[in-house]
Ligand binder design. Structure first.
Ligand code: ZN
Length: 527
């Protein structure tokens, strides 16, 4: 500050300098050096406070005892409640400090996002402390794709692939400049060859997914053309032609042939629907096809009994293909048998001009996947711990997901043992982080504020539409560190308070121009 005052004195008249200094002191204390102030925000998705208090959590117990705590924070504000009670709006409110009418995010589509005006708090921090180092480690990619800005280190951790894990390959047609909804004929084809899924649009490869380890039968009694086992808006609206299922992966050359309307070597065809007798269907054929203009009721599309050879399709290599023509921009299932429980294979047009092949094993609980969620959280914690020990983060956001995944798979409830275990697992992940902070070489001269929060609770296996559901709306908040006034947070706390609290700690003041909806909670009042 001394240096910049001198520069100002040299550049401007004394009068101007006096005015400048007066304005500063009127607004704030002289800017103190706050380089000792650090913040760690730990987000654990979908964690109910009653389950948190029931679980055996020595780390959280210590943070609650030494810090400020409430088990009655609210995920919706009093002023505005029109957003859904799900992760997109939830983490937006947490990380920007404002409600959805300002940040604009009402669901996980992130349509209407307004982070230009109401940015992630990292951006506020960097404007005031340009030397601050910011780190964000998450497993839910939309936080980085949409909300995050100004991170020096940002990493999204994929779920380690395991056996019988859902294989979901989705690619945007925009990537190769093909508008799949232009009302012209297009050809979509997916192959599985050993452990890799590939997608081809109009004969060109557009995406692949490796590490696919699937070995199970397709379930249910039927296969459907023009939809899956569900009726309604996801049904296909348009014309379908040349649907074929093969029990082998076609070669690139054969795929190009199939796309152009020629018939490749027919070895391995186990089902075929051409809707005509004449041979040599051209790619732009206007001859017979399956016309599906309707509203997606029970009679929509064709229902085909699952034969053994169809059932066994997902055991090994396969090819599935369809020609389609539509102008419907929504989700359009070309064919499939998904019903939420049984082994399934869907070929789909998805939203935002994307195309998709979706292969799901029959175990809806997928306990193996939940264990891998735990592994992933552990990897995130270890990565975060290394950065905390060896680097110098000013503000860090670390996100854990096993609770939310377990809630969706089995149940969000203190009565669900797996949900409790997920919380206990995250408790030891948090211990890893706190130990890393304490191991920092300059720890005793630093003032670390740790905030633990969640974006929503849950009821049964869901947390959508939770405006009037306390189990969904009510969450906890823990604030811990030397600057914290220990004890129960007695006033109503909200998701948006997280950013306000972090910025107050890091910068000393929350600028009213930011129009934050949150208020700092749990901090000692200074002077
Ligand atoms: Zn969530």
């Amino acid at each position: 500050m001394l240096n910049s005052s001198k520069i100002y004195a040299g550049l401007f008249s004394c009068l101007l300098v006096t005015t400048f200094l007066q304005q500063r002191s009127a607004a704030t204390e002289p800017a103190a050096d706050r380089s000792d102030k650090h913040v760690l925000i730990i987000g654990m998705d979908g964690t109910r406070p009653d389950a948190l208090l029931k679980a055996k959590t020595p780390t959280f117990d210590r943070l609650i005892k030494e810090g400020a705590f409430t088990d009655d924070a609210n995920i919706l504000g009093d002023r505005y409640q029109k957003n859904d009670t799900i992760s997109g709006p939830g983490w937006s409110s947490i990380l920007t400090g404002v409600w959805a009418d300002k940040h604009g995010v009402h669901d996980n589509s992130f349509k209407g996002k307004n982070y230009e005006l109401f940015p992630h708090f990292f951006k506020r921090l960097k404007r005031q402390r340009p030397d601050a180092k910011t780190v964000s480690l998450v497993s839910w990619a939309p936080i980085h794709e949409h909300i995050l800005s100004e991170a020096d280190i940002a990493q999204v951790f994929p779920l380690p692939r395991g056996k019988q894990q859902t294989a979901d390959l989705r690619v945007s047609g925009d990537k190769i400049n093909i508008d799949t909804r232009d009302g012209k004929w297009h050809h979509l084809l997916a192959t599985r060859q050993k452990d890799t899924l590939n997608l081809y649009l109009d004969g060109k490869e557009i995406g692949s997914l490796s590490g696919v380890d699937l070995d199970y039968k397709l379930g249910g009694d039927f296969y459907f053309l023009g939809r899956d086992s569900r009726t309604g808006p996801t049904c296909f609206h348009g014309q379908l032609d040349d649907i074929r299922l093969w029990n082998r992966a076609l070669t690139d050359k054969q795929i190009a042939q199939a796309a152009s309307g020629a018939t490749p070597n027919r070895q391995g065809v186990i089902a075929e629907y051409r809707f005509e007798d004449s041979k040599g269907t051209a790619a732009d054929s206007d001859s017979q096809f399956l016309d599906l203009p309707g509203n997606g009721g029970k009679k929509h599309g064709l229902q085909i009994p699952l034969t053994d050879s169809l059932r066994n399709l997902t055991h090994a290599d396969f090819t599935v293909e369809a020609r389609f023509r539509t102008t419907d921009k929504g989700r359009n299932i070309l064919f499939g048998n998904y019903n939420g429980k049984a082994g399934a294979l869907n070929l789909e047009l998805h939203e935002n001009n994307s195309v998709r092949v979706y292969v799901q094993p029959p175990d809806p609980r997928n306990t193996d996947a939940l264990a891998r969620e735990g592994e992933r959280d552990k990897t995130i914690a270890e990565t975060a711990a290394r950065i905390l020990r060896e680097d110098d983060p000013t503000a860090m956001f670390v996100y854990f997901h096993q609770t939310d995944a377990t809630g969706h798979a089995i149940g969000f409830s203190p009565e669900v043992p797996e949900y409790i275990t997920a919380i206990e697992n995250i408790d030891s992940r948090v211990n890893t982080l706190l130990q890393a902070i304490q191991a920092r070489p300059n720890f005793k001269n630093e003032d670390w504020l740790t905030i633990v929060c969640t974006d929503h609770g849950g009821l049964k296996r869901s947390h959508s539409d939770g405006l009037n559901v306390p189990e969904i709306r009510r969450v906890f908040l823990i604030v811990h560190g030397p600057s914290v006034q220990p004890g129960k947070i007695s006033h109503q706390a909200y998701l948006v308070d997280v950013t306000a609290t972090a910025l107050k700690h890091l910068l000393g003041e929350v600028d009213p121009n930011w129009q934050l909806d949150g208020k700092p909670v749990g901090l000692k009042t200074t002077k």
